[in-house]
Design a protein around this ligand. Sequence first.
Ligand code: NAG
Ligand code: NAG
Ligand code: NAG
Length: 277
Amino acid sequence: MDLRFSFLLFLFLQAVSGLLLAAASNVAYPSVVDTGAGDCSVSDGGDGSLTPIRREVYDNGRIIDISHRFTVDMPSWESDEGLGQFLWLPKSMKNGSLANNSEMKLPAHTGTHVDAPGHVFDHYFDAGFDVDTLDLGVLNGPGLLVDVPRDKNITAEVMKSLNIPKGVRRVLFRTLNTDRGLMWKKEFDTSYVGFMKDGAKWLVDNTDIKLVGIDYLSVAAFDDLIPSHLEFLEGRETILVEGLKLDGVQPGLYSIHCLPLRLLGAEGSPIRCILIK
Ligand SMILES: *[C@@H]1O[C@H](CO)[C@@H](O)[C@H](O)[C@H]1NC(C)=O
Ligand SMILES: *[C@@H]1O[C@H](CO)[C@@H](O)[C@H](O)[C@H]1NC(C)=O
Ligand SMILES: *[C@@H]1O[C@H](CO)[C@@H](O)[C@H](O)[C@H]1NC(C)=O
């Protein structure tokens, strides 16, 4: 290719990507913060007003976002006040900066998030089993969304009754937590449903499940908090995804995709999870 031509092409591509970035920046830094629980989708005033679109599903429902939006009112571990402020704008255009640059601060186990083995094993933490070491092959692939009985925590008996076939490697457990809308409530609620120690042990010993997802801030019931985590994480093969948004999703088989941040040294990370039909 002629050098001059390829340089022009380069300039053209630069210009195009600049335009794309400019278009994307309005979406990336929305000025309207919606903290409501509802499904906020398209709202084009039709009067040319700048209204960002927030979606729960994409591509006509083919892609389902099962991560919760971070808001000041989302629940936070053992807090009655919710997450609170987590974003600041130290450099703002309103105050003369060339661009808006936010900073954030939040507990690593906030909202939809993943646990690494270092969460409950100090020697794993010291050895570096952080979220950067989690297997993306486990966090991505086919899996089941199942409903569990609403009148119990997840015990060995409940696990047995679910009859999850051998070979299934990823399961998202929908519980009473979703019916009660617990992830939409500011106050932390200790009565959420989760795994009891014997349920966690049964899963590890008797199934091929390596990705365990649940619909509140912990896979373990509050009464068995540490014992259940120990059962799951001791083998360093099971990955726990917590705080999933499973409202209104049909049970069944999906392609699950979850991506944590590569936070060196962190035993937890916010995670973006989607289901693809
Ligand atoms: C920049 O931040 C200001 C607040 O200082 C906000 O009103 C404005 O919408 C932001 N601009 C963009 C492009 O997001
Ligand atoms: C701009 O600066 C003033 C004075 O430091 C401060 O009170 C105000 O909150 C800032 N505004 C924004 C949008 O950052
Ligand atoms: C699950 O266990 C919690 C304590 O960890 C308890 O408060 C709750 O009532 C139990 N839920 C059900 C449905 O049994």
